[in-house]
Write a protein that binds this ligand. Sequence first.
Ligand code: AMP
Length: 172
Amino acid sequence: MQNIKEKIRNIPDFPKPGIQFKDITPLLANPEAFKETIDAFRQLHEHDRIDIVAGIEARGFVFAAALAYAIGAGTCLIRKPGKLPHSIHRQTYELEYGNDAVEIHTDAFKPGQRILIIDDVLATGGTISAAIKLIRNNFDVEIAGVDFLMELTFLNGRQNLPDLPIRSLIQF
Ligand code: AMP
């Protein structure tokens, strides 16, 4: 995990003052570290049946697609508003200032499927919480768990999340 952690770059004051942005592009560009990351996610689900790995826009897509390939699952896109072309379900959520939303295609899952959700960063937990509601309110599926590359533990995002297996490969 140290190899993975070292490849995450801190960008102070991005996208606004006071935020330390965790830039994963050096990790993605490094063949060993990227492979180690996907292998670590894969190991978490060795004895699990996952039908679809759902990625959250945009960096979640990178991990969702690679992990889905590695474990023989399908993948699905949970997107920001207005991006999906077919009929959608939407879940809004509150931000510090205003609202945002996540959307999913109405035919993203079949009844009974086991879904893993994945994103790069667990910060306040607002985004993942909305994604979980989006799935639970609209589909007869089981959420097997939620995986993150990293968790910003000082924000306590985990405490606002439902009782599900929530895993992060690294913590800051
Ligand atoms: P939150 O809803 O607060 O848990 O924020 C999660 C979303 O915002 C994730 O999709 C992350 O990609 C992004 N995010 C939040 N904080 C950071 C950060 N410090 N560095 C990079 N991405 C972040």
